[in-house]
Design a binder for this molecule. Structure first.
Ligand code: SF4
Ligand code: SF4
Length: 316
């Protein structure tokens, strides 16, 4: 590592340095969500992420980047523009001190909702239980890309940050590195295909709980506990989440399910039992409608989530 660069960053109020791979950039962005200054040393050139919430992130790239008189100026430019800035790794920066006060954590879901093209989650979507629980348990949630962005939409409104496919684990690790107490109420939600070795290594280093949704294989490194559940076992996932968040270290909860899966089961509501509590409506399933809920048999995928969340046995 470039020790002079790290000393200069430290003098400029940067307490976190992530290095080793392109995922270092997303760990630094995760730290920025907690209002901290972070330096990323990805080791090889990476495209700058298209992110408006990245204030306080400097990425040192070999042979690339903007010319700043000091790292202090680079961090300040990043904060003013709310974007990560790149500096040349080889530049010799003097250690210029900064009077830096960490900013507060900020949730800005409007930033990534426009990138989510689908209007709502499909019936039977394997992400539904994950975001229903994130919303129910008031968890801070960092997602990756693709369908995991649907957690930002109503009725969940459960997404706090996302920087694109394959970035959620690194961003969660960076956020927890910057705010260790957040381990008990912050999770990552992404697809099993987004769990790459670099993100998993960062998670193993800093800890955190991630829900991985899908049917792909996941190779958990040493130090990362793995639990496997059905993506529609909402009560089992809730219990696993609570115990994972109460623990320490890194934990992956694999929510096994496939996009487009349909079961021959048909569910319907019993109006005599329904107490109109609204719990099934908070699943955001397009097949469920009305205050006295009715299930459209043409849309229902038979996943059974609504029957599991109904405490009145009114969905059978
Ligand atoms: S079982 Fe319930 S939650 Fe699942 S698709 Fe059918 S109506 Fe929607
Ligand atoms: S969860 Fe059950 S009781 Fe509550 S509104 Fe839905 S069907 Fe009715």
């Amino acid at each position: 590592m470039n020790s002079q660069l790290i000393q200069s960053a430290s003098a400029a109020g940067c307490g976190l340095v992530f290095s080793g791979s392109g995922d270092a950039v997303f760990a630094a962005l995760g730290a920025s969500l907690a209002g901290r200054r972070a330096l990323a040393l990805p080791g090889s050139p990476v495209p700058l992420p298209d992110s408006r919430v990245g204030g306080g992130v400097v990425i040192a790239l070999p042979g690339e980047g903007e010319a700043y008189p000091s790292l202090r100026a680079a961090f300040e430019a990043s904060e003013q523009g709310d974007r990560p800035v790149a500096v040349p790794l080889e530049a010799g920066f003097a250690a210029e001190t900064a009077d830096f006060q960490p900013a507060k954590y900020r949730k800005q879901p409007e930033r990534f909702v426009p990138g989510c093209e689908r209007a709502s989650m499909c019936p039977g979507c394997p992400y539904r239980a994950a975001f229903y629980l994130a919303s129910k348990l008031w968890l801070r949630t960092i997602a990756g890309g693709g369908c995991s962005l649907l957690g930002a939409k109503r009725p969940f409104l459960a997404l706090d940050a996302a920087w694109g496919r394959g970035t959620a684990l690194a961003a969660l690790a960076g956020f927890i590195a910057a705010m260790p107490e957040a381990r008990r109420d912050t999770i990552a939600v992404c697809g099993t295909d987004e769990a790459g070795p670099d993100g998993l290594a960062l998670l193993a280093q800093y800890g955190g709980v991630a829900l991985l949704v899908g049917s792909g294989a996941v190779d958990a490194p040493e130090g990362v506990a793995l639990r496997e559940l059905d993506a529609y076992d909402v009560n089992g996932i809730e219990a696993a989440l609570k115990s994972g968040l109460a623990g320490q270290g890194a934990e992956l909860i694999l929510c096994r399910g496939s996009c487009g899966a349909r079961s021959p089961r048909l569910f319907k509501t019993d109006p005599n039992r329904c107490r109109r509590c609204g719990a099934c409506g908070r699943l955001g399933c397009p097949a469920i409608s009305g205050r006295s809920p009715v299930i459209d048999p043409g849309l229902c995928a038979g996943c059974g989530l609504c029957a599991d969340v109904c405490r009145c046995s009114a969905i059978v």
